[in-house]
Design a protein around this ligand. Structure first.
Ligand SMILES: CC(=O)SCCNC(=O)CCNC(=O)[C@H](O)C(C)(C)COP(=O)(O)OP(=O)(O)OC[C@H]1O[C@@H](n2cnc3c(N)ncnc32)[C@H](O)[C@@H]1OP(=O)(O)O
Ligand SMILES: O=C([O-])CC(=O)C(=O)O
Length: 370
């Protein structure tokens, strides 16, 4: 058997959701650059779930549903308050999504219509969970979502409990568009593996969140911020990065399994970070990031991925670093659920083989003779 370690280059399934061809990322055939400039997260979610852009009335209905289904069952809010306060928000989010499944009496009913309803309902609740975890962590009461607010706007409102800043809302909305789907990345693959056993949507998304959390995947954005904080000032960039390279440490936010010539999402986040640096008058985090970017490209030939400039962008928005990966999950749930729907619609159990390389012909030794 030929083993492709890490399944590199293996095509595991057909999908009509997103594509990466010659370094260009599309959702349902539309270039991500076009969507990032012109769309919004609700529209992108519709696109991922339905395979086409919505008409105005369809978009209005989806926006209304996402806002009206954002509130959490009281029992879930009580559980969030009971979680250990030192739990990582990604772990708490994973457990909360699993708990939400317990509150859906039809979680195990699988039908096209119900699956889409569940996708909308879960997507609607993700920002509410993340904002509630943030506030509970600070010893504050969660803020309930408001029905007249858009998706990104409601999230920023629930974080701070006050009228959201328009710049922050626009930046979060763009970040959500850019993170919404990415072909067969590790967390999406994990969600599809779970779905392919005909398990329920909440189980698939719980699987996906656990997979996104790792620092080689979505967790890298938090790792980037930790690195920026460790470096601390522009004059220390070179020394710290060179030491990390000498120690053969992975530099968070660089490299990619598929993109070898650059991640098309990174330029948008870089520009957002630059603009926010200018608006806040605090250039340090952007300038440090640019210097690291130049150094890593020069030393390793590696380019930044989606996680690199999202770290300084979120930092400028006043978001603590342990919420960076949960924000990724708030967005990616639209893609994960689109893949869950696609998997259900043409399912076959996903079950590859392993090449056994362990010992053979070993006899059982009774315990008293070992
Ligand atoms: C949303 C996302 O998930 S985007 C990815 C987020 N993850 C990160 O940013 C973590 C840092 N990056 C990495 O660890 C990797 O580049 C991954 C996990 C993204 C891709 O991994 P793979 O496709 O398996 O690449 P692989 O690890 O084989 O890298 C190839 C070579 O480049 C090196 N390399 C790759 N990325 C990095 C990095 N960030 N820092 C230093 N060296 C790196 C590897 O050490 C390897 O070198 P070698 O051939 O001398 O052993
Ligand atoms: O595709 C990948 O391997 C990781 C990634 O960039 C993403 O999930 O957005």
């Amino acid at each position: 058997m030929t083993v492709a370690k890490g399944l590199e280059g293996v095509v595991a399934l057909d999908s009509k959701i997103s594509s990466i061809v010659n370094g260009v990322l599309t959702y349902r055939g539309i270039d991500i650059d076009d969507l990032a400039e012109n769309s919004n997260f609700e529209e992108v979610s519709f696109l991922l779930w339905n395979g086409r852009l919505p008409k105005q009335d369809e978009l209005d209905v989806l926006k209304q549903r996402l806002a009206s289904e954002a509130a959490l069952p009281e029992g879930v809010v009580e559980q969030l308050k009971a979680y250990p306060q030192n739990a990582h928000p990604m772990s708490a989010l994973r457990t909360a999504v699993s708990t939400l499944g317990l509150y859906d009496g039809r979680a195990d009913e699988i039908s096209e219509e119900l699956n889409l309803d569940k996708a909308i309902s879960l997507t609607a609740k993700m920002p509410t969970i993340v904002a509630a975890l943030f506030r509970i962590g600070k010893g504050e009461e969660p803020v309930a979502p408001q029905e007249h607010r858009g998706f990104a706007e409601n999230f920023v409102y629930m974080l701070h409990g006050q009228e959201p800043d328009a710049v922050a809302v626009k930046a979060i909305d763009k970040a959500l568009i850019l993170h919404a789907d990415h072909e067969l990345n590790a967390s999406t693959f994990a969600a599809r593996v779970t779905t392919a056993t005909l398990s329920d949507l909440y189980s698939a998304i719980t699987t996906a969140i656990g997979t996104l959390k790792g620092p080689l995947h979505g967790g890298a954005n938090e790792g980037v911020m930790a690195m920026l904080e460790e470096i601390g000032s522009i004059d220390k960039v070179e020394a710290v990065i060179n030491r990390k390279l000498e120690n053969k440490e992975k530099i968070m936010g660089f490299g990619h399994r598929v993109y070898k010539d650059g991640d098309p999402r990174a330029k948008h986040l870089r520009e957002m970070s630059r603009q926010l640096a200018e608006q806040t008058g605090d250039a340090k985090w952007f300038e440090m990031s640019v210097q690291i970017d130049d150094l890593i490209q020069h030393e390793k030939g590696l380019k930044p991925n989606v996680d690199f400039y999202s770290a300084s962008t979120y930092h400028y928005l006043g978001i603590p670093r342990n919420l960076f990966t949960p924000i990724f999950a708030i967005s990616r749930v639209s893609g994960w659920t689109a893949h869950v729907l696609e998997q259900y619609s043409d399912n076959r159990l996903i079950r590859p083989r392993a090449d056994y390389v362990g010992p053979v012909d070993v006899s059982y030794v009774p315990i008293d003779q070992r």
